[in-house]
Design a protein around this ligand. Structure first.
Ligand code: B12
Length: 206
């Protein structure tokens, strides 16, 4: 199924993608598995964009289809748990407006009992510092998909050090190209590949 669903979204076929998602969920396929398959399709969209086969409107279209699919999946993620396990501040860093992945991570964390303060997109370092100070959150999550976002992440980590908060706040990062090398470059504490890893990091740090 995975390959099929990925192909449908990569072809920007909204109707068939949403129908296939519904069918999978009705069959009882794990919603996180469905999400992972859709994400593979988005990676294909990215490759086609890079190859000059797709253009900006196609990226926008893929994002809209993905959001439609997430709307079908989300109700199945919620209701898993409710009581607050910890507080987390999350946002997409300065210069970057990609938020689909961040929003999925936030849904997953909230559904698993975390209180998440979502700052939104294109957020400067001080926004993260101010919110962490105001809420007392022990964990901050930075999302970014552009390579230029790595510098914003680094600046954000530095801003916590400048504010004297680095000792009590753990910082995790994520988003398409993020890996361990980016953790070392930015000075963050850890990175996560998907909502499941984000949850494990929250359990460790929040
Ligand atoms: C959809 C999309 C868009 C949409 C975004 C809509 C939205 N509301 O988010 C729009 C059209 C706005 C867009 C714009 C642009 N985009 Co764009 N976009 C994409 C695309 C196709 C999919 C991204 C996506 O949603 N993926 C699906 C989600 C679910 O995956 P994810 O974000 O990685 O999130 C998962 C994990 O990473 C993790 N995660 C995410 N955040 C966090 C945070 C933490 C703390 C943790 C633990 C985990 C975690 O969990 C998530 C769920 O599994 C990618 C291609 C790709 N390969 O990703 C290009 C891509 C990211 N875009 C790209 C580019 C170039 C652009 C533009 C510059 C294009 C332009 N010329 O204007 C602009 C930049 C605008 C800006 N300033 O940010 C490039 C980036 C290249 C680079 N190296 O920097 C990519 C890689 C495409 C490509 N191959 O060229 N884009």
């Amino acid at each position: 199924m995975g390959e099929e669903l990925g192909k449908l979204i990569a072809e920007l076929d909204e109707e068939s993608t949403l129908r296939a998602v519904r069918e999978e969920l009705d069959k009882g396929t794990d919603p996180l598995e469905v999400l992972a398959d859709l994400q593979k399709g988005m990676a294909l969209v990215g490759e086609r964009f890079e190859a000059g086969e797709y253009f900006l409107p196609d990226l926008i279209m893929s994002g809209e289809i993905f959001k439609g699919a997430v709307a079908l999946i989300e109700p199945l993620l919620s209701g898993r748990e409710a009581k607050s396990k910890g507080t987390i501040v999350m946002g997409t860093v300065k210069g970057d407006v990609h938020d689909i992945g961040k929003n999925i991570v936030i849904t997953m964390l909230r559904c698993n009992g975390y209180e998440v303060h979502d700052l939104g997109v294109d957020q400067p370092p001080r926004a993260f510092v101010e919110k962490a100070r105001e809420t007392g959150a022990p964990l901050v999550g930075l999302s970014g998909l552009l390579t230029i976002a790595f510098d914003s992440m680094k600046e954000t980590v530095q801003a916590f050090a400048d504010a004297g908060l680095r000792d009590r706040v753990k910082i995790i990062i994520g988003g398409g190209p993020v890996n361990q090398t980016v953790v070392e470059y930015t000075g963050a504490d850890a990175w996560g590949r998907d909502p499941g890893e984000a949850l494990r990091l929250a359990e460790r740090f929040a």
